[in-house]
Design a protein around this ligand. Structure first.
Ligand SMILES: [Cu+2]
Length: 397
């Protein structure tokens, strides 16, 4: 550990950066060759990225036009029974579901909420692979995501305070991406730089600040990269003895999804106008609406359950609450100093781009929903169940 001065990024392997020597025309050509012109939204983001780097002014106009096209209702001719108009005149696909939604929810393999173990030794290494893929954000609702090999969110990273964290980011997507770790004190222009398609980049930081943090792609337009699934959580656990030992550690990453169609037939894509209006169609814990309602998290009566919650946003807060109990201890904003903790509180805001840690100890067996108590979020999928002890049946409401 001592051999690596922790506060300095250590680029371990980097391939040459094509973008600095090759002009925009090549990238337009490469875009066509790569075939991602079919995904107009992706192209728009790519052009916006070019524009952000000052390489193309006309690109911005095309990007804006393209984004505008995608705000139009889908040209399928069919009327979607679920669609309705929201306050800003935007079409909402909240609650869209196929007939077999319940079966699909039951068959869905939930994102593992259990916090993984810590790697032994002073250096913890992680490989993160970005890729374009279709994910499901709700039963039967498909979304064309920019995500991780395992979908969205990315894998939960768990380290101990004081460990050096080595991240290798591999970009298997069609456009440039990057990674921004909120747990790091590091020069962003060095460590969080854009990684070209097909390339990898490795950097290190020392995890000195305990808490639960967001990581995300920081490539412009960041709103779109986050909304498309490029986020995850890293837990930096305090030294042993700081926190009371938990019987269960569950990690929840809250996020919003903004869809241009209902996603029931073909995968939906990102809708920029809805994202700007902050009118999501779906809101989720760990990427899929209500997955822990169909597959509850569990505890025995009297056990200490610790929720490590990150709100990836991109834009809305999560007002974390567990129905039927009160937080014995809350660590707002992921400040893990015990003297800053709150006790006996009902709901604590987790800000977009922030975290919070919550301890509950429940004696009575039952089904205890955990939600964002900004209740539109519950309607849109940000709800799960903690099943304490042996329980028959499910929630009646
Ligand atoms: Cu990205």
């Amino acid at each position: 550990m001592a051999s690596h001065p922790a506060s300095h990024p250590v680029p371990v392997q980097t391939r040459p950066h094509a973008s600095e020597s090759i002009g925009g025309a090549f990238w337009m050509f490469a875009a066509i060759v790569l075939g991602f012109t079919a995904a107009a939204v992706g192209l728009a983001a790519f052009l916006m990225w070019l524009d952000a780097r000052g390489e193309s002014h006309s690109a911005a106009t095309r990007a804006a036009a393209s984004a505008h096209d995608h705000d139009a209702p889908p040209a399928t001719g069919g009327v979607d029974a679920h669609a309705h108009t929201t306050a800003a005149g935007l079409e909402s696909f909240a609650g869209a579901a196929p007939k077999n939604a319940q079966e699909l929810a039951a068959a869905h393999k939930p994102f593992p909420a259990e916090m993984p173990g810590v790697q032994a030794g002073p250096l913890a290494k992680f490989n993160l692979v970005l890729t374009d893929r279709t994910v499901e954000v709700a039963p039967g609702v498909k979304y064309s995501a920019w995500a991780w090999e395992g979908g969205a969110p990315g894998p939960v990273i768990h380290v101990q305070k004081g460990q050096t964290v080595q991240i290798t980011l591999t970009n298997k997507g069609a456009i440039p991406h990057s990674i921004d770790f909120h747990a790091a004190r590091i020069a962003p222009n060095v460590a969080f730089k854009d990684v070209m398609p097909g390339e990898s980049f490795t950097f290190r930081f020392k995890a000195n600040d305990p808490g639960v943090y967001m990581y995300h792609c920081g490539t412009k337009p960041v709103l779109m990269h986050i909304a498309n699934g490029m986020y995850g959580a890293i837990v930096v656990e305090p030294e042993a003895g700081v926190l009371p030992p938990a019987d269960h550690d569950y990690v929840l990453v809250a996020s919003e999804w903004y869809l241009n169609t209902d996603g029931l037939k073909a995968p939906a894509e990102f809708n920029l106008s809805k994202a700007h209006a902050r009118q999501p169609d779906w809101m989720t814990f760990n990427g899929y609406a209500g997955q822990y309602v169909a597959h509850p998290l569990t505890a025995r009566p009297g056990e200490l359950v610790r929720f490590w919650v990150v709100d990836a946003g991109p834009s809305l807060d999560t007002d974390f609450h567990v129905v039927g109990t009160i937080f014995d201890t809350a660590y707002p904003f992921g400040d893990m100093h015990p003297h800053n903790a709150l006790h006996g509180v009902q709901t604590v805001t987790v800000p977009a781009g922030g975290g919070g840690v919550f301890d509950v100890k429940i004696d009575d067996p039952g089904l205890y929903p955990f939600v964002s108590h900004a209740f539109a979020a519950v309607d849109e999928g940000q709800v799960g169940l903690l099943k304490v002890g042996k329980v028959d049946g499910t929630m009646s409401h």
